[in-house]
Design a protein around this ligand. Structure first.
Ligand SMILES: *Cc1c(COP(=O)(O)O)cnc(C)c1O
Length: 237
């Protein structure tokens, strides 16, 4: 199977999941995650019609994005989806069009300060740890519907970040636990959707769902999915 064939198959699965949940496929943006993939692989995805690409490490992005942009026939939208170390924050805004992985008020403040050098606000999603796994980054949203203090703290963090200059917060991002049962994964996505609905602000983008779980995420309301392996095959370590 070629990358183009794989993308076709992902589009079909998006359409099926949308049909199952009474949604329109145009509501779901597909981001091809090119981490640990070559410039040629990224360009194959672009040639197959994808405009949104994602990377999770600043160093890798710094060497991959410029050649892909230079060879692409149309402008691309690059998404940062990985944890950003403080000392790498300065490199993020010049490379990426949107940061999906704002996982602390501290990082948001740093990007906001750096953003003063930009003409446009930096589009951003706030990463929420809904599953409660210690290994996952994100503002803590574990058990938010059962614990008013968690919801209160999260709302304070979200509103503090939204008040910062230089960032344009468009939505939320989360990851389900790896290899969990479908009902556990579905509950994480449903919790994320309900959390967004419970907040008194407009956050239209809900980025959730990867290779192993994107159809479930779409059924639970994802507007953006981040897919690597289903498009490019296993990653080159
Ligand atoms: C790697 C990665 C993806 C894509 O994962 P696949 O399982 O290859 O689809 C999506 N989101 C984030 C944050 C990632 O790091």
């Amino acid at each position: 199977m070629s990358i183009a064939d794989n993308i076709q198959r992902v589009h079909e699965r998006i359409a099926t999941a949308c049909a199952r949940s009474g949604r329109d496929a145009s509501e779901v943006t597909l981001v091809a995650v090119t981490k640990q993939q070559s410039v040629a692989a990224a360009l194959a995805a672009v040639a197959a019609g994808l405009q949104h690409l994602g990377e999770n490490r600043v160093e890798e992005a710094a060497v991959k994005i410029p050649p892909v942009d230079a060879a692409a026939a149309q402008p691309l939208t690059w998404h940062m989806v990985g944890h950003i170390q403080s000392r790498k924050a300065r490199q993020v805004a010049p490379l990426f069009d949107i940061v999906q992985s704002i996982d602390s008020l501290r990082l948001a403040k740093r990007l906001s300060r750096l953003g003063h050098e930009r003409e446009r606000d930096l589009p951003a999603l706030l990463q929420i740890n809904v599953s409660g796994e210690a290994s996952k980054y994100g503002l803590s949203g574990y058990h938010w519907h059962r614990d008013a203090a968690v919801h209160q703290r999260l709302w304070q963090e979200i509103s503090a970040i939204m008040a910062l200059p230089g960032l344009e917060v468009r939505g939320l991002m989360t990851m389900a636990p790896f290899g969990a049962e479908e009902r556990v994964i579905r509950r994480v996505f449903a919790d994320m959707y309900a959390l967004r609905e419970s907040l008194d602000v407009r956050l239209p983008v809900l980025s959730m769902g990867m290779t192993d779980d994107f159809p479930i995420a779409i059924e639970e309301g994802a507007t953006m999915i981040r897919v690597g392996r289903a498009i490019f095959g296993e990653r080159n370590k």
